[in-house]
Every structure is written in structure tokens, then in C-alpha cells.
Design a binder for this molecule. Structure first.
Ligand code: ATR
Length: 273
């Protein structure tokens, strides 16, 4: 039997990855199992030793290990190396190679929505670990008008210096937002809370006439500020569930060589019937 797993901190117990992968494994009749392991940062190196010695066939990596895992691997794909984050480990004999399927997963989401900028700007909110794959995906697709807005300006400067795009200071964001066709939230903040820098900012700004689509890469929030922003501006909204399924499918392909349909990953998480 082949064993695959996802490693993260205690939040990994909520991960939807096991349900998706095990459903596809059973559809294909493979003798495999996918499990979740909660690993605290101090134990990460030991966990990788365990993965090596137990012969685990493939690994997904989630928060907070996507960057800190890199020194323990034997090599990186080009995109994982450029963005400095790994969400998938593929075993080649005794070597563990890090990949990043979040980049392609986010690209699949853009394709699904058929977004075309038509002269408008893309605005990414946030400059954390999750922002990297999103920004790189836009750069790979040749988008040039990509603004990155973050509470901490220094972090958006560092990120755009490394990957491309333009860091915009928080206080100058109104102008960029007025020309935004697509807004992507990559911060961890989605719930409608009483006060946050972004909620305060958007409540002061008038209608965003060019806004076509709002993407929140989080999912499963009871109330979603980004969904309500989209609604107020007559734009479409999507959360991160589609991207989750798309990156899972790409990881599965790297491990097994099989490319099941995206529907096979969307169905177990209830996105389609
Ligand atoms: P992840 O790896 O999940 O992306 P991270 O690297 O800690 O996590 O990044 C979290 C992102 O959410 C950052 O852009 C962070 O802004 P700062 O760089 O200013 O810290 C953003 N973020 C987190 N809490 C926030 C809040 N209450 N308001 C605005 N931005 C917030």
C-alpha cells in the first residue's frame, strides 16, 4: 500500500485534503491511503526523517511549514525555488523534491472564471506566505498591472522586489482600487469583524466601477467581508475551495502520473453534486 499525507500544525485536522484524495484513490481503485499529520514547527525536521524512513510516497505541506520545510528537502522545482514555498513533496527514489501546485491551482481558478483584465488592474491584498503563489501565477501569465497592498508596506516591497508587481503603500491605495478589475485577498482576514485596516479602507471608498471579480483564497468562513464587497460592487465572488481542489489534482498528478477530472476533486468537498 502507498501512503500519502498532509503535514501542517494543529489546523491540519480541519483539512479537506484527505477527503478529496481518498475519494479519488477509491474511484481509481488504487491501493493507497492519504492521512493528515499535525506537526509542530520544532518537530518538522524529525517528521521529514520519518517520512523518508517510512517510505511515504507523497506529501502535501500546509501552514506553517511551506517555507521552513525547504532546507530539509533534496531539491526544488523551478516555481517552488523562485517563490520560496513548497506545498507538495514528490519522492524520487531516496530524494524528496519540493514543488508548488498552488501556482497552477490559482491559474486554474483564473481560467475557470475566464478573467480578462481589459486594461484594469489586478490588486492583491496581503504580502504573506500565501501571496507568493498568487503573485507568481500572475507574473507567469504575463499580467503586468499587478498591485500588492499590505498592512505592512515593507513586506509588500520585499515580495514585489523578488517576484514582480508593484507594492502600493496603504495610504495610496484608493486610486489603484478604482481601476481594479480583479481583487484577490491573500490575508488570513475574511470574516466581517468590527475593525480592520481593510474593512475601514473599503468602507470609506466609493463604488469600484471596474471591479469584475473578487477572489478570497480562504474558505469556510461564516461571514465573508470580500463576498459582501463583491456584492456591493456588482462583481462576482469566489472563495478558495476551487483552488484547493485544483492544487490537489495537480499534486495527485505529480505523485501518480494520473490526471483525474477536476470534478472528482470538487465533488467530495461539495462544490458540485
Ligand atoms: P500566510 O503564510 O498564511 O500567508 P502570513 O505569512 O503570516 O500567513 O501572512 C498573513 C498576511 O495577512 C499578511 O499579509 C498580514 O499582514 P502583515 O504583513 O501586515 O502582518 C495579513 N494580516 C494578518 N492579519 C491581518 C489584519 N488583522 N489586518 C490586515 N492584514 C492582516
Amino acid at each position: 500500500m502507498k501512503v500519502y499525507c498532509v503535514i501542517g500544525d494543529q489546523r491540519v485536522t480541519m483539512s479537506l485534503s484527505p477527503v478529496m484524495h481518498n475519494s479519488v484513490i477509491s474511484e481509481l481503485g488504487l491501493d493507497s491511503k492519504y492521512v493528515a499529520f499535525s506537526i509542530e514547527p520544532a518537530n518538522l525536521e524529525n517528521a521529514i526523517l520519518g517520512i523518508r524512513s517510512l517510505g511515504v510516497s507523497g506529501v502535501n505541506v500546509t501552514v506553517p511549514h511551506k517555507e521552513t520545510i525547504i532546507p530539509f528537502l533534496d531539491g526544488l522545482s523551478d516555481s517552488a525555488s523562485v517563490i520560496g514555498a513548497v506545498n507538495t513533496i514528490v519522492r524520487h527514489g531516496q530524494s524528496l523534491i519540493g514543488h508548488n501546485t498552488d501556482v497552477g491551482g490559482f491559474g486554474d481558478l483564473l481560467d475557470y472564471h475566464g478573467f480578462s483584465p481589459d486594461g484594469s488592474d489586478v490588486v492583491i491584498i496581503g504580502a504573506g506566505g500565501a501571496t507568493r503563489a498568487v503573485l507568481f501565477s500572475f507574473m507567469e501569465r504575463g499580467y503586468r498591472n499587478v498591485a500588492v497592498v499590505n498592512r505592512t508596506y515593507k513586506k509588500s516591497m520585499e515580495l514585489t522586489g523578488r517576484l514582480g508587481g508593484l507594492a502600493i503603500p496603504f495610504e495610496n491605495v484608493s486610486e489603484v482600487l478604482r481601476n481594479a478589475g480583479l481583487l484577490v485577498n491573500t490575508t488570513s482576514v475574511s470574516e466581517i469583524v468590527e475593525s480592520s485596516p481593510f474593512i475601514d479602507l473599503f468602507s470609506k471608498i466609493g463604488r469600484l466601477n471596474k471591479l469584475q471579480l473578487v477572489i478570497d483564497i480562504n474558505y469556510g468562513r461564516k461571514t465573508n467581508f470580500w463576498a459582501s464587497l463583491a456584492e456591493k460592487n456588482g462583481a462576482s465572488f469566489t472563495d478558495g475551495l476551487y483552488m484547493l481542489a485544483a492544487q490537489a489534482r495537480r499534486s495527485f498528478q505529480l505523485w501518480t502520473g494520473e490526471m483525474p477530472s477536476l470534478d472528482d476533486f470538487l465533488r467530495p468537498i461539495g462544490l458540485i453534486e
